[in-house]
Structure formats: C-alpha cells, structure tokens
Design a protein around this ligand. Structure first.
Ligand code: ATP
Length: 595
C-alpha cells in the first residue's frame, strides 16, 4: 500500500506539475502579501513616532511639518493596496490551478472507469463510486486551493518569529520554543484521531449514498411490498453511522484549538516564570529585563499561531490524502485485459465454440463446470435452465466481461483472449433483458452503436425491430426526448429499441437475454417477430425465459447447477421427456399436449 507521502506526492506533484509558472507567481504574490503583513506594523510604529513628533513640534513652535508622516502613511496605503492585489491574484491563480487540476483528475477518473473490467462494478456500490467523484475530489480541490498559500504564509511567519526571537535573546528564545515537541506530539495525536474519523465519515457517506441509490432504483419494489419501514430503518442506521463518524471527527477536530490554546498559556507561563527568574538572577538591568519578558510573552503567543495554523493545514492535507487514496483505489484497478497484438476479425466464418469451460466469480467457488457448446455460423443456440444455473454467466464469458478460468472460447478457431477487444465487441452484439436507455432522443438511442447511421437506416432498424409504429404514435416521433425512460417505454418496448440498436450495428454474433415473461401478448408477438429479424443470419445465443420463443432454435442447451444436462432440438428434448420437457410442460401446459 502506498504511504500518505507517496499518495500526496503523486496527486499534488503529478497534477500540479504542468503549472510551474502559475505556482512561481503565486509564491511571489504570497511573499508580497507576507512581506506587507510583517512590514506594516513597523511602518505603523514609524507613523506613530512621526505623528508624536508633529504634535510636539506644533505644541512647541506652532508649526506643522506633515511631510514625513504623509510619506509613511502613503507608503503604508500603497503597500497594503499592492498586498490586496497580490492576495486577489493568489486566490485567482491557485483557484484556477486547483480547478483545472481536479477537473483533469475527474476526467481521468471517468476515462479509467470506462477501462476497468466489469467485475469492479459488480462488487462496488454505485454511491461509493459516486462519492469518489464528488466529496473525495472536493477534498483534493480544497487542499490544492488552500494548503499551498496557507502553509507558505504560516511557515514564513514561523521563520520570521523565530528569527526575531533568537536575534533578540537566544536564552529566552530557547525557553519560548521548549514546549514545541509537546505541542507537536499533542497535535499529531489529535489530528491522527481526527483524520481517522474523517476516513470513517467518508466511508460511511459512500455507504449511505449507495443505499440511497439502491432504494431509489428499487422504489417501486419497496412500495409494492410495503417495505417502507424497513427501508427507512436501513437509512436511519446508515445515517446514524455517518452522524457518529462526523461527530467523532468534530470532537477531535474541535479539541485541537482548546488544547493548543492551553499549551500556549502554559508556554506563556513558562516564559514569564523563567524570564522573571532570569531577571532576578541579576543577569540584566531590571527595566531591560522586564521589557525582554514582555516582548517574549508576545513572541510566545505569536509563535504558537503558525503552529496551530500549520496543523490545521495538515488536517486539510489529511482529508485530501484520504480522498486521493480512495480515488487512487479506482486508478489501481486493473484495466480490462487487452492483448497488445490482438487479432482483428471481420465477421464469423465458421462459428463459435466453448470447450470445457470452467469459471467462478470468486476463488474456490466454481459456477460453470466444463461447458461445451458448438455454435456453427448462423446457428441459434438457446440456453435454458432454472434461475442461478449459469446462463448469464455463459453470456458474460462470450463477451469477455470475464475470462474463463480453464478451457477456451474460440471464434473461427481463435481464442477470444487473443482477439483485439474492440474487434471482439464489434463482432458480438448484446441485447440485454433490461436494456439501458440514455438521455437524448429516440433516434440517438437507436444510433447508439453507430452514431453515423442515417435516418433511413435508423427507421429500417426500428421497423425490423417492430418498434417503428409505436415511435410514430409519439408526438415528436424519433425526436422524442428520453429523460424519464419509464414514462415512454415499457420493458418490452425498451427491449425492442435495443433490438433496433443491434440490427443497426449488424454484429455477426448475437447474445440476447430475452425479456422476462411479464410482457403483454401484443408486445410478446412483436418481440418474437423482432427476435426472428435480429437473429436471422447471425450466430446467436439466446437466454430464453419463455420456452415458446425457442422452439425453432437449432440447439437448446439445458443448464443446471453450471452443467449442461440436456442438449438437442425442441422436438428431440420433448421426445427425451427429461428436465426440459418437464420445464416446458410446467410453463405451457396447454401447448405441451400439442408439441
Ligand atoms: N458478479 C457475481 N459475483 C459472484 N457471483 C455471481 C455473480 N453473478 C452471478 N453470480 C452467481 O453465479 C451463479 C449463476 O448466476 P447467473 O446469473 O449466471 O444465473 P442465471 O442462470 O443467468 O440466472 P437467472 O435466470 O436468474 O438470470 C449464481 O449462483 C449467482 O449467484
């Protein structure tokens, strides 16, 4: 695991590297601001002295010579105006740099997400992933925006106070900084606990977001099953975890200032005590000695201010490092395996073959136990079987969402792991059971796989998929905006749209997860016609839920517990009177007698 330092160096170093000039200019503008802050009290002192002289002269000689005072006042105003501009420039430049850097990080994170294998999304909650784009990146932005300027300013102040103290009286200087190790230790202790609480809080917020996301997606299921109370209870407990973590963080973070103030008072007491003792030892004249004590009481307080501020800067860095660590977890995910010299295929000439395929999602839990399927070009293979038998898993392997553990899947004799991944995906189309529609028009959604397709091709695909007529009933036809997909399309219609998409991209191999049986009879007839259109001439694998739709398949493979237990055409399997025949009779008793 990378250390905090490595993480900070990577994120701050790597992302700030392209902006050296902006950073150099900010160093100068901060230096101007710091210089003005340090120099203004000196000028103020001069101004007071000059004003006193003016008043004394006026009393003594009734003459007023204001020039030196006006010069000092004008210098003070000028310096502070310049410092004000410098401060504005610092904020603008660093705000810009932080904004551009985090925007780049966000883009790279998004691009990375597109390259990660599907397994990561299977095991990561959506909300948690979303939190990495939002709160984690916000923390990194805050650090980039504030840390640089604050640490430079307060570090400069610390050095300034140290120089002033040691040039004034070394012995007293040593006494004033003597509590520093204790202060640093206390700060470190408090901040470590505070940042641990921040980590917990960020994790808890991620889990809460994931839960909210899941509950919003499943709202209809919750309502229809009357699960509102358990849903609220689940939310309440996760919300309480967030609150507890936030409160723990607040308590630890809130402890910092009082503890440091206490230490500052202790330090002041030590300075007064030691200074008085020092003076009483007769090491210096009483008046001078008391002046030194008074000055060092001031220094003792000034010295602690930068230490407190620098520790709070450290706190911001901690939050950013936590965010960066969570973002880096995404970057650390392996990309989908792509062979560098992968073969490019143009269509399927002989067929697709699965040979002794074994696979499990988790180590030691095998789901598929030696699957053999031979699908010659143009054949339609249907996979049927009870829920959880492994049908979708076979589909996941065909498209290389996952790789087989042992055995092989070949297209025209070439292992699909040796193919260029894009070429494989271009040649294998998928129609999912519950296809995803994206915001945009219906036309955009059909053209999804082939954005250059013309209107005629889009309409032709929609006609073949039997969705054209429905689209034409909508007031805006193909220009209908899909914002709330549920309100425009039923589940069956969404699948018809997805079939139109696939017809447009014309893949030689098709994987289709047929929509579940809960579609009305009109849509079912349309789906059947669309399926006939989309499978025609293609090597297709069909997960069938309604066995009626696959009676014409060239081969039906019956899966049970990850093994093919029966294989044949519909007629052969019915004649065998085995598991398939039983399934068929259970599903369609009225047809079973005619089959
Ligand atoms: N991402 C995953 N991680 C771990 N196990 C998984 C994953 N996806 C599926 N499984 C497990 O693999 C087994 C087969 O699941 P699969 O989805 O392939 O079944 P299926 O036949 O398609 O079921 P259904 O008809 O219900 O869709 C099940 O036991 C399931 O729990």
């Amino acid at each position: 695991m990378q250390s905090d330092f490595q993480i900070a160096r990577h994120y701050f170093g790597h992302y700030l590297k392209p902006y050296p000039w902006q950073l150099i200019i900010s160093v100068l503008t901060v230096a101007i601001y710091c210089g003005a802050a340090v120099y203004t009290p000196i000028l103020l002192g001069h101004a007071v002295t000059q004003l006193t002289t003016v008043l004394a002269e006026f009393r003594a000689h009734q003459t007023v010579v204001m020039a030196p005072f006006i010069r000092t006042a004008a210098t003070m105003i000028t310096i502070n105006v310049v410092a004000g501009f410098a401060d504005c420039a610092t904020s603008a430049i660093l705000g810009w740099v932080a904004g551009v850097s985090t925007s780049r990080m966000r883009s790279e994170l998004f691009a990375k997400m597109q390259r990660i294998g599907v397994s990561y999304f299977d095991r990561t909650e959506d909300g948690d992933l979303l939190a990495r784009f939002t709160s984690d990146l916000d923390n990194i932005f805050n650090a980039m925006n504030q840390v640089f300027v604050n640490s430079f300013y307060w570090f400069g102040s610390l050095i300034g106070v140290l120089i002033m103290m040691f040039s004034s009286n070394v012995m007293m200087g040593v006494v004033t900084i003597i509590t520093t190790p204790l202060a640093v230790l206390v700060c470190w202790f408090v901040i470590t606990h505070a940042s641990r609480a921040v980590n917990e809080q960020q994790r808890a917020v991620g889990a809460l977001n994931g839960y909210i996301n899941e509950q919003i997606t499943g709202q209809k299921v919750i309502i229809t099953n009357g699960l509102q109370q358990p849903s609220i209870a689940g939310f309440t407990s996760r919300n309480a975890t967030v609150l507890q973590a936030a409160q723990r963080g607040q308590i630890w973070a809130g402890m910092l200032m009082p503890v440091m103030s206490g230490l500052m008072l202790l330090n002041t007491a030590i300075v007064i005590f030691f200074g008085s003792w020092y003076v009483l030892q007769g090491n210096m004249a009483l008046g001078t000695g008391l002046a030194v004590v008074a000055v060092f009481v001031q220094y003792a307080q000034q010295y602690y201010q930068p230490i407190i501020q620098l520790t709070s800067v450290y706190n911001i860095i901690q939050q950013a490092v936590t965010g960066a660590r969570r973002v880096s977890e995404v970057f650390a995910q392996p990309d989908e395996v792509r062979s560098t010299d992968g073969k490019v295929i143009d269509g399927v000439h002989h067929g697709v073959k699965l040979t002794d395929v074994h696979f499990g999602y988790l180590p030691g839990v095998e789901i598929l136990h030696g699957i053999n399927i031979d699908a010659p070009r143009g054949h339609m293979v249907a996979l049927v079987g009870p829920t959880g038998s492994g049908k979708t898993t076979v589909m996941n392997l065909l498209n290389r969402f996952y790789d087989v553990d042992t055995g092989s899947i070949t297209i025209d004799g070439t292992d699909i792991r040796a193919l260029e991944l894009t070429s494989l995906r271009n040649n294998v189309g998928i129609v999912l059971q519950d296809p995803q529609l994206f915001s945009g028009t219906i036309r955009d959604n059909i053209r999804f796989g082939d954005p250059d397709a013309g209107d005629a091709a889009v309409i032709n695909a929609a006609q073949q998929a039997r969705i054209h007529d429905y689209i034409m009933t909508l007031p805006d036809g193909y220009d209908t905006l899909i914002t709330d997909e549920q309100s425009v399309f039923s589940a069956g219609q969404k699948q018809l749209l997805s079939i139109a998409r696939t017809i447009l991209t014309d893949p030689p191999v098709l994987i289709m997860d047929e929509a579940t049986s809960n579609v009305d009879t009109v849509t079912e007839a349309q789906l059947q016609a669309a399926m006939n259109a989309v499978t025609r001439g293609r090597t297709s694998f069909l997960i069938a839920h309604r066995l009626r739709t696959i009676v014409h398949a060239d081969e039906i493979d019956v899966l049970r517990h990850g093994t093919i237990i029966e294989r044949g055409t519909h007629a052969e399997l019915m004649a065998a009177n085995g598991f398939y025949a039983q399934l068929y009779r259970d599903q369609m008793p009225e047809l079973a007698t005619n089959a």
